[in-house]
Design a protein around this ligand. Structure first.
Ligand code: ZN
Ligand code: ZN
Length: 362
């Protein structure tokens, strides 16, 4: 079929809106007419790291339009949110940890289906698609049955879209991965969308003190409104000393989602000796940098968390209930854009003018 998508052709330039061809759904695939798509941090650095031309976007939500002949989970007309891809057959997938699927890197970033076949093309040649098995900066996306989750008829698409990555990452890190007990201390480094949702989730869990660290005063003010008991500005406060003081020796849990070396080092240093420091992203796009291992030897645990350890079919419905009950007010983080303004949504996210842009497609 023919559709329209934002195609990145040059890593230093905004994407261009182009006519593209989307392949017919394979037996396990669904075609989704995208109604809204969030902008997540991975979309911002993807053009620098992955092969171009490509269509990015991995927080789509919309209406199922067509299904492959083996699909049983959804039917045309169902409203769905799109999430990350997973194979369904490896030990991680079979063990209820799809975010750690053996084939995950290829499924999110390979530009093709799991079997290596391409899903997109334009009159200028092949275009890498299947980003997170969706490439949803487009009017239509090809997803797999495994990475679509049905949503209630009355849940708006603009709220649904970011559940597929950013919201489940922030909330799941606290509620699924760390599972703090009431009264335990937790610090979030980086008050972007993921970090602010982690603050909301830590408030649900009853963490105290609940500390947010950032360099932008307006984001720290928002973190305080959303449940942080203390906020620290890394540009002016002695963050590690203050956390040690506020927690009586170091935090039980720290979450690093700022993606800066300084923040990485502070998060480890501010963790209590038997505490856990969870990394949700990496500085320097994952390239090596000097790191002193002594704090780990001293009993601290450094771990990575992907997609909040979410089992999307179970966790996304739970997040919808938490949002509806007012406990997870992530709607406060959203800025809405028209489809034509998608490049502006990317630019605003990059410049920290928007916390969680959501692009609406009519
Ligand atoms: Zn797998
Ligand atoms: Zn993401």
């Amino acid at each position: 079929m023919q559709t329209e998508a934002w195609v990145h052709r040059d890593k230093d330039s905004p994407p261009q809106l182009e006519r593209i061809t989307l392949g017919a759904p394979a037996p396990n695939e669904v075609v989704v007419r995208i109604a809204a798509v969030g902008v997540c941090h991975t979309d911002l650095f993807a053009p620098v790291v992955f092969g171009l031309p490509a269509v990015f976007g991995h927080e789509g939500a919309g209406v199922v339009q067509r299904v492959g002949n083996a699909v049983t989970k959804v039917v045309p007309g169902d409203r769905v949110v799109l999430t990350f891809g997973s194979c369904g057959q490896c030990p991680a997938c079979m063990g209820s940890s799809p975010a750690y699927c053996t084939d995950s890197h290829h499924l999110q970033f390979g530009g093709t289906r799991e079997d290596g076949t391409v899903t997109m093309g334009s009159d200028q040649g092949a275009v890498a698609g299947s980003f997170f098995q969706q490439s949803s900066f487009a009017r239509h996306a090809l997803a797999t049955e495994r990475n679509v989750v049905k949503i209630p008829d009355d849940f708006p698409f603009d709220l649904a879209a970011p559940l597929g990555c950013g919201i489940q990452t922030g909330a799941g890190t606290v509620l699924n991965a760390l599972q703090p007990r009431r009264g335990e201390s937790l610090v979030v480094f980086g008050a972007g969308a993921v970090g602010l949702v982690a603050v909301m989730a830590a408030r649900i869990a009853g963490c105290n003190p609940l500390i947010a660290v950032d360099v932008l005063p307006e984001r720290l003010a928002l973190a305080a409104e959303l449940g942080a008991t203390e906020v620290l500005n890394a540009a002016s406060d002695d963050v590690v000393a203050r956390i040690v003081e506020l927690t009586g020796g170091g935090a039980r849990y720290t979450i690093e989602c700022a993606g800066a070396v300084q923040s990485f080092e502070s998060a480890i240093a501010a963790t209590h000796r038997r505490g856990i420091c969870a990394l949700l992203t990496v500085p320097k796009l994952g390239q090596p940098f000097p790191f002193a291992p002594m704090p780990i030897l001293q009993g601290r645990t450094l771990t990575g968390v992907i997609e909040g350890n979410s089992i999307p079919d179970q966790f996304i419905p739970r997040l919808i209930e938490l949002q509806r009950s007012g406990q997870l007010p992530y709607e406060r983080l959203l800025s809405r854009y028209s489809f034509a303004d998608l490049p502006m949504a990317l630019a605003d996210a990059t410049a920290h003018r928007a916390i969680k842009p959501v692009v609406l497609i009519d």
